[in-house]
Design a protein around this ligand. Structure first.
Ligand code: UD1
Ligand code: PEP
Length: 428
């Protein structure tokens, strides 16, 4: 298992290129299953989750290859889609595999998708995905750990189409909204999604589906309407910039100090985080296709509460907590989306942070310095928060189990080295 070794105390300066968003690329690779024509996705980040998704769709009889010489293009051709299955071996390493359910049902009339199971940050059930697909006419049984979904066979002996309907989910769900939007694009009639997620990745997926011929309105709001069409066609689409990678680098510079330009970063997708960073004392300016962050001296700790977009993202909670850990003053962090997303806290405490957990609250008293130690990554964003803590800690920090980090960050250590961090990967 690879590890990261960081020697803390360097300020950061230079330019970082922000990659395409993991949480847009994954649903968009699944959206390519909706058509038999070729789809080119550009700006696809090089991450373990993307590699897993490519493996998953290839396993269905789809061709999916990186385009040689391009900067991140992937060509997907689902013309040969023959096996509408997502097996446990692949799903267990990546919960986003549930995004295959909607496209497979819509295109094939049946799908067998492994239940993803729980993960470190919470139990993460998929009951809303199942209820929504059932409302659209699918018969779904859960057997032997699999969702087995089928559409009824019509008088012609063929499986019919999904039926448009109104779906109001019990809570805002990002991948749920994406699954319904993809399924509804090929359904018969109109689907209305109430209480829909508004994350920028939903908007990006909607734009891709519209290029494929889907009729979607209202994405970016909590009410999305989709008029189903009989067929979708191929398209070329560029994956939106990763707002969580952007936010992670913003927090790293605010914590370590420095002056860094994040090329391709979208400030308009990060309002809640940028506002808190400005309140903390970072100077952030943004223009078309870049964000610049300048930070000097100790930041002021900021309390915040995670909520659905456009609120403060749960995927930025751990990284901002690393900043609060060494900022001046006390802060209270409230996690409202996942029930177990404070796994990084004990590791930060090993580095000298002063943090108490009380249910969904974390109470921090900023300390003047952290001191390097060996710590263990427990999930993707926890890993990123430990990298930020390691950048500011005195001495050496060794982060174990960074396969979690590799799930969702494109060459993080190379990008950090490029702006002056002393960080290296220890291969094993
Ligand atoms: C691939 C991807 O885009 N992942 C993101 C997506 O995950 P994901 O789409 O899995 O997260 P959801 O938005 O669905 O989850 C929100 C809450 O709803 C609950 N829930 C969800 C569905 C369901 O059927 N039943 C249920 O109870 C979840 O357990 C959680 O407590 O949104 C999360 C919340 O912004 C982010 O942290 C993840 O990075
Ligand atoms: C929780 C995350 O991802 P996933 O939903 O893929 O587990 C994340 O990106 O922080």
């Amino acid at each position: 298992m690879d590890k990261l070794l960081i020697k803390g105390g360097k300020t950061l300066a230079g330019t970082v290129d922000i990659s395409g968003a993991k949480n847009a690329a994954l649903p968009e690779l699944c959206a390519a299953l909706l058509t038999a024509e070729p789809v080119t996705l550009e700006n696809v980040p090089r991450l373990q989750d993307v590699a897993t998704m490519l493996k998953l769709i290839r396993n269905m009889g789809v061709t999916a290859e990186r385009v040689e010489g391009s900067s991140g293009a992937v060509l997907v051709n689902a013309g040969g889609l023959s096996s509408p299955e997502a097996p446990y071996e692949l799903v267990k390493t990546m919960r986003a595999s549930v995004l295959a359910l909607g496209p497979l049902l819509a295109r094939f009339g049946e799908a067998t998708v492994s239940l993803p199971g729980g993960c470190a940050i919470g139990s993460r059930p998929v009951d809303q995905h199942i209820k929504g697909m059932q409302a659209m006419g699918a018969d779904i049984v859960v057997e032997h750990g699999y969702m087995i979904a089928k559409l009824p066979v019509g008088p012609n002996g063929q499986r019919g189409r999904l039926k448009g309907c109104s779906i109001t989910t019990d809570m805002v769900t990002v991948t749920g909204t994406e699954n319904f939007m993809m399924a509804a694009s090929l359904a018969e009639g109109e689907t209305i999604l109430e209480n829909a997620a508004q994350e920028p990745e939903i908007g990006d997926l909607a734009e891709m589906l519209i290029k494929m011929g889907a009729k979607i309105e209202g994405h970016g709001t909590s009410r999305i309407s989709i008029q189903g069409v009989e067929r979708l066609h191929g398209c070329t689409h560029q994956v939106v910039a990763d707002r969580i990678e952007t936010g992670t680098f913003l927090c790293a510079v605010a914590a370590a100090g420095g002056d860094v330009v994040l090329r391709h970063g979208r400030a308009d997708h990060l309002d809640a985080v940028i506002e808190k960073l400005r309140d903390a004392g970072a100077v952030i300016t943004a223009g078309d296709g870049f964000i610049r962050v300048q930070a000097q001296g100790r930041m002021q700790a900021q309390s915040f509460r995670t909520t659905e977009y456009p609120g403060f993202p749960t995927d930025m909670q751990a990284q901002f907590m690393a900043l609060n850990a060494i900022a001046e003053g006390a802060s209270k962090v409230t996690e409202t989306i996942f029930e177990n997303r404070f796994m990084h806290v004990n590791e930060m405490v090993r580095l000298g942070a002063n943090i108490q957990i009380d249910g969904k609250f974390a109470i921090l008293e900023g300390v003047e310095k952290l001191s390097g130690a060996t710590v263990m990554a427990t999930d993707l964003r926890a890993s990123a928060s430990l990298v930020i803590a390691g950048l500011v800690a005195e001495g050496e920090t060794l982060i174990d189990r960074i396969y979690h980090l590799d799930r969702g960050y494109d060459q993080m250590e190379a990008k950090l080295r490029g702006i002056g961090a002393d960080i290296e990967r220890i291969k094993s």
